[in-house]
Ligand binder design. Structure first.
Ligand SMILES: Nc1nc2c(ncn2[C@@H]2O[C@H](COP(=O)(O)OP(=O)(O)OP(=O)(O)O)[C@@H](O)[C@H]2O)c(=O)[nH]1
Ligand SMILES: [Mg+2]
Ligand SMILES: [Zn+2]
Length: 354
């Protein structure tokens, strides 16, 4: 039987079958995945083969090739990595300007790593209800940095449920999305709003440190069925949403490549499935085998300008005729982005990515 791994507890895996049943499975034997020294052979998001045993246990006997995967930076020195999730369509980095504070360097490192893994990324700025007027202005400026590079950003408050549905469902429907970000930014809270029920455990922020308490400890995939009616309502409410690639002709919605829906009498009959993987708060992703020369490729804004540098192998660290440094001086590349690039370059020199 084929199944989708929706939860990993360390010793066993929860696998969702096409029947809708979720069964507990163990890994049979020792998997060696090509080229990855990983503490977990099977990850949430993996498609696997499951065999039911006479003694009642279920074995995972095979794992399908992954289209991509994301690794968590290992904290131990063994250089073993931990696969956070596989087969992702999108990573949503949940960030808060305050409570807790998310640094721009953290955002940039995350985005660069997502580029390296070839997973599209977007930014979800949560807890806007806690921002002062000045901080709201700061939020607009920060969003502008990333929107200009081409990243989708949304700003919302998990306390305002409608804003969450309106801003996030168009981004998430039909996709497998990984929620990531520092502990305490509200990943599980947002998930619960989208689920319409409190299924994921949430925790409070430590008042002493203004930081999360690492409430979520394992990755888990949640499947949400968005009813066609809800989608239709969103379509008519959101003139500028990406969903509006759909055209409404004679009361019928046609040409809806993003929705991928069947349309019958102007009704979308297929419920749109939203898959969200809630993950433990992270400090950073592991970026295996990132070469020094490669790093600038993962900063989309820097990469775009770098073809105007005088030298093809310019590292933008003081070479003559560097178009990147010029762009930073002129303000078309944000100074914060350039600083993040330099800090990752510094890490590469120390050998952190080898
Ligand atoms: N004021 C406000 N509080 C929020 C918002 N979103 C989440 N919170 C609160 O922030 C705290 C942490 O939320 P969680 O959802 O547990 O955070 P998390 O990102 O899942 O954290 P980890 O599981 O530790 O990685 C909880 O007390 C939430 O109620 C928001 O938009 N506004
Ligand atoms: Mg959580
Ligand atoms: Zn340069």
């Amino acid at each position: 039987m084929r199944g989708l791994v929706v939860k990993s507890t360390g010793s066993s895996y929860h696998v969702s079958l096409s029947s809708g049943d979720v069964i507990e499975c163990v890994v049979k034997g020792n998997f060696r995945i090509r080229g990855i020294r990983s503490t977990n052979p099977v990850a949430v998001g993996d498609y696997v083969q499951v065999e039911h045993q006479p003694d009642g246990t279920n074995w995972i006997t095979d794992i399908e090739d992954r289209k991509n995967y994301i690794i968590r930076r290992s904290t131990n020195l063994s250089k073993q990595s931990h696969i956070l999730a596989a087969n992702l369509d999108l990573v949503a980095l949940v960030v808060t300007l305050r409570h807790p504070t998310t640094s721009l360097t953290f955002i940039d490192r995350f985005l660069a790593t997502a580029e390296a893994y070839r997973v599209p990324a977007c930014l979800v700025f949560n807890k806007t209800d806690l921002l002062t007027d000045d901080e709201q202005q700061e939020l607009r400026e920060v969003r502008d940095i990333y929107e200009r590079i081409g990243y989708t950003t949304v700003a919302l408050s998990a306390l305002d449920k409608q804003s969450v549905l309106t801003a996030m469902l168009p981004l998430l429907h039909g996709k497998v999305t990984l929620f990531s970000g520092n502990s305490g930014v509200g990943k599980s809270t947002l998930l619960n709003v989208l689920l319409g029920e409190d299924r994921a455990r949430t925790g409070s922020i430590s008042s002493a440190h203004d930081k999360g308490m690492h409430t979520t400890t394992f990755s888990e995939m949640y499947q949400i069925r968005v009813k066609g009616e809800e989608m239709k309502r969103l379509i008519t409410q959101l003139p500028d949403a990406p969903i509006l690639n759909a055209q409404i002709v004679n009361g019928q919605i046609v040409n809806a490549p993003i929705l991928n829906a069947q349309i019958v009498n102007a009704q979308i009959v297929n419920a749109q499935i939203v898959n969200i993987i809630d993950t433990p708060g992270i400090k950073g992703f592991g970026s295996l085998d990132m070469q020094r020369e490669e790093i600038s490729h993962y900063f989309k804004d820097i990469f775009a300008v770098s073809r105007h540098c005088r030298f093809g192998n310019c590292t933008h660290t003081g070479e003559p005729g560097c178009a990147v440094v010029r762009a930073v001086e002129e303000g078309s590349i944000a100074a914060s982005r350039f600083n993040s690039y330099l800090s990752m370059l510094g890490d590469a020199e120390e050998g952190k990515y080898r």
